[in-house]
Design a protein. Structure first.
Length: 190
């Protein structure tokens, strides 16, 4: 009789199923399930970092509506506020969805799928957070320095976030791919 995987420790699982060389990633001695566990742990750590920023932004946006200056905002500023607030909520939902997904599919042998879906959610969350950051900067600078300065600052924020979170990883990956091509028969780290 095979032991129930829900009650089997990671070490017992590793000892029972010795991975073939094809199951191992280059430089790591891990099974596909161990890789999924590691990738999920790394993803959760990334989400902890970004979630803090989202929470601070969301708290800031929530308090704005209760300031003395808020009633003086014009229609464009109010629209910017509402859209930015909703983007912050959406980013928070996207960043917390992996925990809910994991909880819903816990002990159902779905870890690789959870990791794949969670990674997509986190990527979409970063793009939504980029828009929320740009909207926040647009709003604050618009209120303090004027519309033109707000648009410029918002566009600059958008450009910086897209460059750091979108372009930079692609450039680094391209550099790694061209300079450190894996040896024959080895797969790149996942």
């Amino acid at each position: 009789m095979t032991p129930d995987p829900a009650h089997t420790s990671r070490n017992e699982t590793s000892a029972r199923s010795d991975p073939s060389p094809d199951e191992r990633t280059s430089g790591r001695d891990e099974t596909p399930l161990e890789r999924a566990d590691r990738n999920f742990a790394e993803l959760l750590q990334e989400l902890r970092v970004t979630q803090t920023g989202v929470q601070i932004l969301f708290a800031f946006l929530l308090t704005l509506a209760f300031t003395q200056r808020f009633p003086a905002l014009d229609t464009v500023q109010r629209a910017t506020y509402v859209v930015t607030l909703l983007l912050a909520v959406l980013a928070a939902a996207l960043f917390t969805a992996p925990a809910a997904l994991h909880r819903s599919l816990f002990q159902r042998n779905a870890k690789p799928t959870i990791v794949r879906v969670s990674s997509r959610l986190a990527t979409i969350g970063l793009y939504v957070l980029t828009l929320a950051f740009a909207g926040s900067v647009l709003l604050v600078v618009d209120v303090t320095l004027g519309r033109a300065a707000g648009i410029a600052a918002g566009a600059g924020t958008l450009a910086v976030c897209l460059a750091l979170w979108g372009l930079l990883p692609r450039l680094v990956q391209r550099r790694l791919s061209s300079s450190e091509a894996p040896a024959a028969g080895q797969r790149p780290e996942r």
